[in-house]
Design a protein around this ligand. Structure first.
Ligand SMILES: [Zn+2]
Length: 166
């Protein structure tokens, strides 16, 4: 659908054979990967921007079998269903640049530029992420807390909406 998605696949496949120790490499790869689509004019909007990580608090999961079993969703409609930690609602691996949004407002694939964070792309959702809100992925809970809660002017490249307007 988006040229940038194919790029991201190439990026991930290239990294897959490497060990977990390649985290830094992964970040380096991801950081340069997301670019706004060409020929699309961004929308400027002030939104509330928070941070999240893969932890059970941010992503609502817990270990089954009294804490020793595989991870499951801890609340909401999918409570008790298996949870793949670090995999977004759109099936991608969460990393720097992953954004959770209300996909009825910003569909998967929407590219956003956030001051102090850089380019990101909507690939995830969250129960509490509704309306004009963005949740940015960070590699640790501490980093997510450090980001805090900010009202920021962001640039949004929403290809679907642009396409409709033509
Ligand atoms: Zn967290």
């Amino acid at each position: 659908m988006f040229a940038t998605y194919r790029l991201s696949t190439v990026c991930r496949i290239g990294i897959a054979p490497l060990s977990l120790g390649a985290g830094l490499f992964l970040t380096g790869c991801a950081a340069n990967r997301i670019r706004p689509p060409e020929g699309v004019r961004p929308t400027v909007k002030v939104v509330e921007v928070t941070g999240y990580c893969n932890c059970r608090k941010c992503c609502s999961w817990e270990r089954s079998w009294l804490g020793f079993g595989p991870p499951v969703v801890s609340k909401g409609a999918d409570k008790g269903k298996p949870k793949q930690i670090g995999i977004t609602a759109s099936g991608t691996r969460a990393r720097h640049g992953t954004i959770a949004a209300d996909t009825s407002v910003l569909p998967f694939g929407t590219v956003v530029e956030i001051p102090g964070y850089g380019y990101g792309r909507v690939e995830d959702r969250g129960g509490a992420i509704k309306g004009d809100r963005l949740d940015l992925w960070f590699p640790s809970h501490q980093a997510a807390l450090q980001w805090g809660r900010k009202k920021l002017q962001v640039r949004i490249w929403n290809e679907r909406v642009e396409g409709k307007n033509k």
